[in-house]
Design a protein around this ligand. Structure first.
Ligand code: GCW
Length: 703
């Protein structure tokens, strides 16, 4: 009896082991996107053979040359190389190539960059990763793995790089309760509730992903900030994050609420010129630095969309920023946002930030940076570059882009944003260089698209935007195509034909979205509050500049916002040569036509079509482009793992349906306004306008 029971027990245990092992194996192979672009799947063919022959052996730095950062670099290299070699690296082989880390004794900040130097012909063949400091070596290690993952031969990998910008940071709009403003990938990745005792493994994987693309800072909370995040209990939580991220070269920043001296400090004012207020901030900064000696600084949204700020006390933005700058001193940076506009101000919203800030040029403290969105309104699918770029030569300025796709279909629509960012970075300001050059002394910030979804970004292709942001902030000269290829080869497949097809999908995706949402320079046509779906008919909100009608100004006589001298005059905020380029509706790039001009429906476009005909054609083209991209994706089934192929295909199904919705609802509305028959060959939207107007989405994420 006893023996039988033991046998049964043993069998049960064995079965459980098999089941667990089976489960683990299937989990190991399930492609759920968690590994991002750091999958390091085994190389194929000649590249695999070669790596096996080289049998690279990573030599860990010792003594004062070793740190937590070099430990990470060594671990990454060992694991990455083993994965790339399919586990076939023969350790300790006489001929093996020694991968050495030559990075001095300082952990540093990695700003001096790194070199990758093959020394394969030496008597002791080696491959040297050289940098002035340990963070540089970590960046170099990730770069080496990237180049190998792209199929390059170790002998051919010679790189010498340094980051173009000192600040390459993510701005999280994550609230302490776990909800992410304009986040479409689930709840926040920050588990504030359980910090500081419990540090989620994701916090390390997040830092690792950032370090792999050179991101070196993170603002961990929403710019619509809660004051209590400056309380001691939060400083302890922040410290835990800072300690965990330090070896990865990521500094933490916080968005403080400007009214905190009142909200928390018991003062009856937050006036930036009040001595007690200043003392409160200084003490707060000292408290933070006592816990986090390399705390990055503050990101501030003030006097914008209801946030408190210096203007509540008749002080200027410079007064507010400089007060915080004084509190931080040389220890940190105040990043002050230029995204300000007011409900009471009747001037064109596109002009307000320029009008507010240009007179303050030269009045900001040295450790203040002005953070400016790519365009003058708000992360629309297409905007001209912000006129502030180049207009404040005595102020350091940083470019803010939105990685999360608030206005480009959330995580459900595929829109690779590198072409949009490339467009702004390459824009000539006419005032001392391109936007990329103007922001060189500061850097780039991206509003993060991460969330607790297993694949981090809500959809697989949105990972590409995180990747592209990091790569462009490191090197704004990289082309969208290079970034797309790098990303998809590491993320999906090394199959050349599949890569070409995926690159084609990525590069065409943003323009398709522009076409079916906001063609020809239209903007801000989305549903109120949730910003999801079309609502060009909304004209009656209390704040005029929140109405789509404010932006499109369509009536029977025409459509578009006259921003020339006969209209709001916003064009005059640009350098004369740029304004000149955009002054004439007949010669302006049609992509910006209705942003700067109001034209009649029968306005003749350069291609011979009337404005109405061209508008309708743009919508149709947007829809058919998405159909084409989706069909290309469907054809890639044999080259992509089934999990992610299915996941992307499902998202395409949503996007195809919604592209049509945008087209139909928009055309139905314009038609109701202009009373013109639909142009030849254009299919009238099936349901009446009222149908589209009746739709509501109170449950849409991200609000
Ligand atoms: O685009 C708008 C968003 C707000 C956001 C604001 C900003 C954080 O709709 O949700 O608030 O921009 O950039 O401050």
């Amino acid at each position: 009896m006893m023996r039988e029971r033991r046998l049964v027990n043993r069998l049960a245990k064995a079965l459980a082991t098999v089941l667990v092992a089976g489960l683990a194996a299937s989990q190991a192979h399930a492609e759920d996107g968690y590994e991002l672009w750091l999958r390091h799947t085994p190389l194929e063919g000649g590249a695999l053979q070669e790596l096996g022959q080289y049998a690279p052996e990573v030599v860990a730095p010792q003594g004062e040359f070793q740190s937590a950062t070099t430990d990470i670099a060594v671990e990454e290299l060992r694991a990455g190389l083993a994965n790339l070699a399919g586990g076939n690296v023969a350790r300790g082989k006489a001929t093996s190539i020694r991968i050495t880390l030559d990075c001095g004794t300082a952990v540093g900040d990695g700003q001096a960059g790194f070199s990758l130097v093959p020394e394969l012909d030496r008597p002791t063949p080696a491959f040297r990763i050289a940098a002035r400091d340990h963070i540089g070596c970590l960046h170099g290690s990730f770069a080496l793995l990237r180049e190998l993952a792209l199929g390059k031969s170790l002998a051919d990998i010679t790189l010498q790089e340094r980051p173009a910008y000192p600040l390459r940071m993510l701005n999280h709009w994550d609230n302490p309760d776990g909800h992410v403003e304009r986040g479409y990938a689930g709840r926040s990745i920050f588990d504030w509730w359980h910090l500081p005792e419990r540090l989620d493994r994701r916090m390390i994987d997040y830092a690792r992903a950032n370090a792999s693309i050179g991101i070196n800072g993170a603002v961990v909370n929403n710019v619509n900030a809660r004051a209590f995040m400056l309380e001691p209990r939060y400083i302890a939580k922040l410290k835990r994050l800072a300690d965990a991220w330090r070896p990865y070269g990521i500094r933490v920043y916080l968005s403080p609420r400007f009214s905190a001296p009142r909200d928390l400090g018991g003062l009856d004012t937050a006036d930036p010129l009040d001595p007690e207020v200043r003392a409160w901030w200084r003490a707060k900064a000292d408290e933070i630095y006592a816990a986090i000696p390399d705390f990055g600084g503050f990101l501030v949204k003030a006097n914008s969309e209801g946030q408190p700020g210096p203007q509540d006390y008749d002080r200027t933005h410079a007064d507010g920023a400089n007060m915080l700058a004084e509190a931080l001193g040389e220890r940190g940076t105040v990043i002050w946002r230029a995204f300000v506009y007011s409900a009471e101000d009747e001037t064109d919203r596109a002009m307000q930030a320029y009008a507010e800030f240009v007179p303050l040029d030269g009045r900001f403290a040295d450790n203040v940076i002005l953070q400016v969105k790519n365009g003058p309104i708000d992360f629309q699918p297409r905007e001209p570059f912000h006129p502030l770029f180049g207009a404040m030569p005595r102020t350091r300025m940083m470019l803010e882009v939105q990685v999360t796709k608030e206005y480009l279909g959330f995580a459900s629509h595929l829109a690779f944003l590198a072409p949009m960012w490339e467009e702004v970075l390459d824009a000539d300001t006419g005032r001392g260089g391109t936007v990329a050059q103007v922001v060189a002394p500061a850097g780039m910030a991206g509003v993060a698209n991460t969330g607790a979804d297993r694949n981090w970004t809500g959809s697989d292709f949105d990972q590409a935007n995180w990747y592209a942001f990091g790569r462009l902030a490191w090197d704004p000269g990289l082309s969208s195509e290079t970034i797309a290829r790098e990303w998809n080869a590491q993320t999906f497949t090394r199959d050349q034909r599949a890569q070409d097809a995926i690159t084609d999908i990525m590069l065409g995706s943003r323009e398709a979205v522009v076409r079916y949402m906001t063609p020809l320079g239209l903007a801000h046509l989305m549903g109120t509050a949730h910003h999801y779906g079309p609502a060009p008919w909304v004209c009656d909100l209390a704040r005029p500049e929140w109405n789509p009608c404010y932006y499109h100004r369509a009536d029977a006589g025409g459509i578009g916002f006259d921003r020339t001298a006969t209209g709001s005059g916003a064009l005059a905020q640009y350098a004369p040569e740029i304004a000149q380029r955009w002054r004439d509706p007949d010669t302006i790039d049609p992509a910006l036509l209705l942003w700067f001009h109001r034209v009649t429906w029968d306005h003749r476009m350069a291609d011979g079509l009337t404005l109405w005909e061209r508008l309708a054609a743009e919508y149709d083209r947007g829809v058919s482009e998405v159909d084409r991209l989706a069909a290309t994706w469907h054809g890639l089934a044999p080259a992509i793992d089934p999990e992610r192929h299915r996941a992307v295909a499902d998202m395409f199904a949503i996007q195809q349906k919604e592209a049509l919705w945008w087209r139909d609802a928009s055309l139905a509305y314009w038609h109701s306004v202009n009373g013109l028959p639909y142009p030849d060959g254009v299919t009238p939207p099936p349901p009446p306008l009222e149908h589209y107007m009746s739709l509501s989405f109170p449950e849409a994420p991200g609000q």
